[in-house]
Design a protein around this ligand. Sequence first.
Ligand code: PMP
Length: 393
Amino acid sequence: MRAAAPSLSSRTMSVAGSPVREILELTGRPGMISFAGGLPAPELFDAEGVRAAFARTLAESPQQALQYSTSEGVPALRAAVAGRIAARGLPTDADDLVVTSGSQQALTLVSTALLDPGDVVLVEDPGYLAALQCFAFAGARVVPVPCDEYGVDTEALAGLIEREHPKLLYLVPTFQNPTGRTLPEARRRAVARVAERHGVWIVEDDPYGELRYEGEPVPWISSYPEVSDRSVLLGSFSKIMVPGLRLGWLRAPEPLRRACVVAKQASDLHTSTLNQLAAAHYLADTDLEAHLERVRAAYRERRDTLLAGLPAALPEGSRWNRPEGGMFIWAQLPEGMDATALLTAAAAQDVAYVPGAPFYAGPADNTSLRLSFTTHTPAEIREGLNRLAKALR
Ligand code: PMP
């Protein structure tokens, strides 16, 4: 007689797998042109620069590079990241930072450090799916903040904060995933003031800010003095260097930073020493700005190719936005069309996108979809648009 193994945790059973990752599996099929995944263009990776950085790391400091290291992260990398943040207008020391295994881990650490089951987290609607999952795993109640084409409605936000007493507000204010939207400066200041008045943490996630193709940079919410003791800024090397290194960072005030370090000890002890040292060498030896200029030029052309082809590819009456940077365009099909149902027709034509519905924490707009323009060349984008036109006809 054998008793059944105990069940999975109730949290695990209540958090759904990401439909985006499932679609990514579908789009791995040969010949598929995918506007679905938010993947950087692999042919633009500076593989040679990364190879040289690893070679130098292993030649010069193999014993350090292959050893365990501190949970906070390798000092040389933290110093280099701090310098880059300070250069963008937010004074930062190496000790203000924790290196994380991708910025995704920073979301987990911040959730572990701040959230008790039942705590309320406010999110943009629609918002970044894997962050919604992360907050759900922490047992939080996720409450959507109404948004318009520029991001969160700050008046609605103030009302929700008074009513729901959230612990934190999670925002991707620049070139948001999934919508590509950017929160204007005046609204950022308003968010900072609301957070100051009501005592709420701001988690500002910015993996895309350096992918700006036009227009002027907007300050981080974290740079307003109103939130200096209650904002967390997350960054990532995934979109500016390579995602395979799994390197990100968080900038948080003590004692939250301390709590994140303890959570990281329990999670993975520390981020790969080898990868951190190689990234530090890369930043020291390579002109990242020049590399980014090449990436931006290519992505700008791809965005423009996609935008130019959408009028012919999407059914009459569709709408979409024109983000100044990032990786995504957000579109709505005509009233009554269902982007999830139509994905099967698209996949039959070997083209894919992500339906917008899963990104909503509130009632979904089923006509919406996310189109990523970074992964394919302009010629492939044009072909993908032809296929999309056939599928949606
Ligand atoms: N935040 C946002 C808004 C993202 O879109 C992503 C990746 N798609 C991440 C965080 C995680 O990125 P990474 O772990 O590669 O740094």
